[in-house]
Design a protein around this ligand. Structure first.
Ligand code: SAH
Length: 230
């Protein structure tokens, strides 16, 4: 087993969800990675099994209780568990392809999925949770964010993707967005495939692809382009 993920969630049935299909699903069957979804609510202590309460200081929504979540984390992962403890959070460090590679090389991850307005700050501090964001928008819970992050990680685990080379030329791997693709038919609604791609000249093809990558990155992502030309 290379990569072990443990998810803390109020919706364990959402896992593995889409990751039970296609390449990730086959990797799961072949035990190249594993996923365990733990129900936070099992650690509630009152007779209503409540996990959330009103925010201190007032305001809208509810907050996940520190005591319940801490006990769920402690049950899922002993203090000496070497895996990073990640909290899906829009306030977190943006998740990147570079981080996906780093995590894919490691022993796995413990992933906490928030709900409601978020979770009590004290459990973030006391259990050393690292906040990670999948983008500048608000989801209704951390589950989809965790699935997105895991999908990006799992496809990098050796053996999960058949064609490793296709991972190297992908967008972000070299700091650029990927060039356009074409396949049969040779003509589609009057449009042909750029001649260079059918020329058989591999040097010219590589040059064309790099040029297209650079154009796309410059036009669409000035942030990436700035880093690339620096
Ligand atoms: N009130 C919070 C948002 C809560 S959304 C705020 O303004 O920052 C509820 C939960 O969804 C969060 O606790 C988090 O676990 C998850 N979530 C929402 N958007 C996310 C994002 N962009 N990246 C990662 N997790 C996200």
């Amino acid at each position: 087993m290379t990569f072990k993920s443990t998810i803390l969630t109020l919706y364990p049935d959402m896992f593995p969800g889409p990751l039970g299909h296609s390449l990730a699903g086959r990797g799961l069957e072949r035990e190249l990675w594993s996923i365990e979804a733990c129900q936070i609510r099992d650690h509630a202590t009152d007779k209503h099994r409540s996990v959330d309460d009103t925010p201190a200081g007032g305001g809208a929504g509810m907050v996940l209780r520190a005591d319940v979540l801490a006990s769920a984390i402690d049950a899922a992962a002993p203090p000496d568990d070497p895996r990073p403890r990640l909290l899906m959070s829009p306030r977190g460090t943006p998740f990147t392809q570079a981080r996906a590679h780093e995590l894919a090389k490691g022993p796995g991850a413990i992933i906490v999925c928030g709900r409601f307005e978020g979770i009590d700050q004290r459990v973030i501090d006391r259990r050393n949770l690292e906040e990670i964001s999948v983008g500048d928008y608000i989801l209704s819970g951390g589950e989809m964010a965790a699935l997105t992050m895991l999908d990006a990680i799992v496809r990098l685990i050796p053996g999960v993707m058949g064609n490793l080379e296709s991972a190297d030329t992908e967008s972000f791997e070299n700091g650029l967005l990927e060039h356009p693709h074409y396949t049969r038919p040779a003509e589609f609604e009057g449009m042909t495939i750029p001649d260079v791609l059918t020329s058989g000249n591999h040097k010219k093809i590589a040059e064309w692809r790099l040029q297209k990558s650079e154009e796309l990155t410059r036009d669409r992502r000035p942030d990436l382009w700035g880093n690339y030309v620096e």
